[in-house]
Design a protein around this ligand. Sequence first.
Ligand SMILES: Nc1nc2c(ncn2[C@@H]2O[C@H](COP(=O)(O)OP(=O)(O)OP(=O)(O)O)[C@@H](O)[C@H]2O)c(=O)[nH]1
Ligand SMILES: [Mg+2]
Length: 207
Amino acid sequence: MEIVLVGRSNVGKSSVIKQLTGKRVRVGKRPGVTRRPYRYRCGELDLVDMPGFGFMAGVSRERREEIKTSIVRYLERNRRRILFALEVLDARAFSEIVERWKRRGQVPVDVEMFQFLQELELRPIVVVNKIDLVYPEERDDVLDNICEKLGMSFPWRQWGDVVVPFSAKTGEGWENVIRLIRERLTACGKPHFNRFLKRGRSRFTNR
Ligand SMILES: Nc1nc2c(ncn2[C@@H]2O[C@H](COP(=O)(O)OP(=O)(O)OP(=O)(O)O)[C@@H](O)[C@H]2O)c(=O)[nH]1
Ligand SMILES: [Mg+2]
């Protein structure tokens, strides 16, 4: 069984996996570091790091479309093995990117992906990563805005079982990410899969 991580390129999917598993994961400053699904085995559970979608400098439109299609196919083909998904967003960049797409009259790829995950009943947890880059007094607004863009009404706090602010850099929000994953695993009838999270947690608590 597996949990998949999806999201725009460079939002920090690989960094989140690194923190969750404590494993050596390739993380990069340049978008497009993860080129194919990478599977990290954690006992009976796998965490699958998907390639990032959306704009990447130096990557053609055709290639970007191919990546998106390959993610959709992967999710459809492996649906029965997937317990749920984490959709990772960049707290600071998200709203601006969504506005840009809307001005062009298109549905932003992040929003499309969130809807697709819901259609597949993958009950996505939205990990709003890089929250360390948003001033504390602006965070509620940023999170309300993200909820609204994803089709959920604000205030964001009513979606505490779906949306979780996090920083893979500082560990802020870690306890809530773990809590949501545990709740999902229990809801899927796999509470014993929680064991794999222990090592990851110690990475922050031992800092
Ligand atoms: N400030 C800050 N930087 C972060 C955080 N999480 C990740 N980063 C940085 O963001 C960059 C991208 O991180 P990755 O984990 O490689 O992102 P990714 O989503 O896997 O990217 P692709 O594989 O290209 O799709 C790296 O430089 C990370 O160090 C965070 O919470 N805060
Ligand atoms: Mg990556």
